[in-house]
Ligand binder design. Sequence first.
Ligand SMILES: *Cc1c(COP(=O)(O)O)cnc(C)c1O
Length: 371
Amino acid sequence: MKNLISDIPEILLMGPGPSCVYPSVSQALSAPTLGHLDPDFIRIMDGIKNMLQLLLKTQNRLTIPISGTGSAGMETAFVNSIEPGDPVLIIINGVFGTRMQDVAQRLGGAVDVLDFEWGVPVVVEAVKRAIQKKHYNIIAVVHAETSTGVCNPVEDIGMLLKGSDALYLVDAVTSVGGIPVNMDPWCIDILYTGTQKCLSCPPGLSPVSFSEKAVATLMNRKTKVPNWYLDLTMILNYWEGQTRAYHHTAPVNMLYGLYESLRLILEEGPENVYRRHLENHLKLVDGLEGLGLSLLVQLDSRLPMLNSVKVPAGVDEARVRRRLREEFNIEIGAGLGPLAGKIWRIGLMGHTARIENVDRVLDALKIVLEK
Ligand SMILES: *Cc1c(COP(=O)(O)O)cnc(C)c1O
């Protein structure tokens, strides 16, 4: 039988995720598999928790990776914090906000939505008015909207909620590792991220963190968490304490990969990593404008790791992506929902955010757009 794996080409991943994997992360993935209760593995788990706390700027004890991609983190965030009938406010300006709404509604939350146009940031004043009008148990927003390239004012919303008894829930899947995410200073109670965006691991894990306030809400639930696999009250017994009770078999090798990626980011220094993202983003934007292209998002709310580029009139956007992949081994992303056909999404996430990659995609786009 033909071995499809040995034929996999090296593709430069410049889409909305997954991103290019650090070579030493790939190596870590293939280290010998340990038992999930092995003392050497438990030391690796403790290392992951500590490094996540450092990167997220949080003291939260409940800071652990969930088995599953970013959406499993989203599900974990809501399934552990909502009970049927709880009033929840979801702030939406892109695909991932609408996914939060779907998840919260399936769990029986009494969901109100605060909608904003896709491609522009959330307006803090409007959030202020909404939370003055009605009390919510949970207020949820996406930090880096990967579907549009917009950075939402997560810190400012956190300052509005400071001292309130509501839980502030933030999707930080694309932001963590690319721009600062300061969980405790920004008063975030529940946060989740994913490994295949700016952490530059393969997809498969979703780090989450719950504040003491969020843990208290979880422990005082009237109803059981309605999902066995993602029930943090049980998963905690594996990640904490002396007993380390088996819940489900941890994806051991994936966790080696996450350990190595966090180690690399902390070694480079988070501030240096954020600067590398910003500088390469500015160079990319410069080059794109030199090709006569323009960005969807206004200057002051652009994400460095996700660049939404308007497709010029008369250009077949799918053909451009196909040619980049076939002739240049570069993947970029298409638009989603109302932006399908209107934008390309060029990612500069994690290990992908390097000047040689910026140059390579600009050179290729120049050739492809010429004809
Ligand atoms: C990618 C992404 C998700 C979903 O993560 P998956 O790994 O695809 O499940 C959620 N939120 C945002 C903002 C994302 O970019």
